[in-house]
Design a protein around this ligand. Structure first.
Ligand SMILES: Cc1cc2nc3c(=O)[nH]c(=O)nc-3n(C[C@H](O)[C@H](O)[C@H](O)COP(=O)(O)OP(=O)(O)OC[C@H]3O[C@@H](n4cnc5c(N)ncnc54)[C@H](O)[C@@H]3O)c2cc1C
Length: 402
């Protein structure tokens, strides 16, 4: 017999804390994020004052330890926040993700206590905005092919190289760099493989600058994307994160929470698109009937709902199992990103189709969501990279299929 507890278990809000978090973020989204979303997309601008308010809600250091100003929450909580914000403004959510997941979460788990004491409280409060720089102009998927180097000279590292596509890489049109950027660079080679190290580069460090703000992106226009330049950039030895040459493991581990929160963003996009198309299909009439009466429209709505529910269950089930300290969820974090990103793009696309001409303009929201959704098939790993990882992982561990 099925246990009543199991039947009433809420996969999406497994604890009261998760439920309260969702309610408070949703309230903030409706009151503060939604009213500015279209405007900042159109202006291609990052809303920095609004971003800083996330610090007051405890969201900027959501998974960082309380001792350093964080909220010490789990992966499922991170998924809730990304899903809720992306219901309204995926571009703004991407800037949040770059700060809270790519920079703060990784830093909080791998840096020395001294460095954390100095930097984390500012990152958690919103006084500082963080970024993470892995990709380069010539290297994305093939990340180990990075060309940026760091060399120890006395008590400083000297970093040279260029990083590309960095979210929060600039804070504004004046090429103001992120207050701190977590940068991956090569510090040597062992048996023909590069040794990668990680550095916290601060705005005050000489030789750290913004090359260009990337303009005219298809979507995610409410987040800034930039090329960053390191020109004999001098970084104190104390700003090395973890041991020299030892970053591969934490880089791979942090990609797991990146993928699952990007998948969560897809859920927010799909949910909003579903709501818009469902309502419109009932309000709008053609040939004397609501659109919802037509079989072809029902196919759009029905398939979207089923695909959204399937993706949502997979994302939350994966997040539920994640341990942010240990990692070890590469297979399913790749899996959720494949399923959820393409699902969101398709659902937003169908929503535009159901709305006809109205779907094609900003006021009805779904055209923006559709543009934002496409990035989720590219950023944080392309679909092809996820396919490759899954195939490799299943080759090494076929037992997971039984
Ligand atoms: C808006 C935006 C924000 C971003 N933010 C950040 C950030 O904050 N920090 C950061 O470090 N990076 C960031 N990125 C970079 C992003 O992670 C990369 O774009 C992504 O990893 C793909 O790399 P690439 O663009 O160099 O494409 P490439 O790696 O050159 O790939 C091009 C195509 O070739 C395919 N391909 C490559 N290798 C293989 C293979 N082995 N098998 C099959 N197909 C393959 C890819 O899947 C893709 O279809 C951002 C990108 C964008 C667009």
């Amino acid at each position: 017999m099925l246990d009543e507890n199991l039947r009433s278990f809420d996969l999406y809000n497994p604890s009261d804390e998760h439920k309260m978090l969702r309610a408070s973020v949703r309230e903030f989204v409706v009151a503060e994020i939604e009213p500015q979303a279209l405007e900042f997309d159109r202006k291609e601008q990052f809303n920095l004052p609004l971003f800083r308010k996330l610090g007051q809600l405890g969201l900027l250091g959501i998974s960082a330890p309380e001792a350093f100003g964080g909220s010490n929450m789990d992966a499922l909580a991170c998924v809730i926040v990304h899903e809720e914000i992306s219901w309204s403004d995926p571009g703004f959510a991407l800037a949040y993700l770059a700060h809270a997941m790519l920079c703060v979460n990784n830093f909080a788990r791998n840096a020395s206590d001294d460095l954390k004491t100095r930097l984390l409280p500012k990152l958690c409060s919103g006084e500082w905005v963080g970024a993470m720089a892995m990709s380069e102009p010539h290297v994305g998927t093939d990340v180990l092919g990075m060309k940026s180097t760091a060399k120890l000279v006395g008590d400083h590292y000297v970093i040279n190289g260029r990083k590309m596509w960095i979210t929060n890489g600039t804070l504004d049109e004046n090429k103001t760099p992120a207050d701190v950027c977590m940068v991956y660079a090569k510090t040597g080679e062992k048996k023909g493989r590069p040794l990668i190290s990680t550095f916290m580069v601060e705005k005050s460090h000489p030789g750290y600058s913004v090359g260009q703000k990337i303009k005219d992106k298809n979507g995610m226009r409410a987040s800034n994307t930039a090329e960053i330049v390191f020109n004999d950039c001098k970084v104190p030895r104390a700003n090395l994160v973890g041991a020299e040459g030892d970053s591969m493991l934490h880089m791979m581990k942090n990609l797991e929470i990146e993928r699952v929160t990007l998948a969560a963003m897809s859920l927010g996009i799909a949910k909003r698109s579903m709501q818009v198309m469902n309502k419109y299909a009932r309000d709008r009439e053609a040939f004397g009937q609501p659109l919802a009466a037509f079989g072809q429209i029902q196919k759009y709505i029905g398939e979207s709902y089923a695909e959204y529910q399937a993706a949502r269950a997979y994302v939350y089930d994966t997040a539920r199992k994640m341990d942010l300290d240990k990692g070890g969820q590469r297979l399913d974090t790749d899996g959720v990103k494949i399923v959820a990103s393409t699902m969101a793009k398709n659902v937003a696309d169908r929503a535009i189709q159901v709305l006809g001409g109205y779907g094609y303009v900003g006021e009805y929201v779904v055209e923006r969501l559709w543009r934002d959704a496409k990035l989720l098939e590219i950023g944080g790993g392309t679909l092809e990279a996820h396919q490759k990882n899954i195939t490799n992982d299943l080759g090494k561990n076929p037992g997971v299929l039984f």
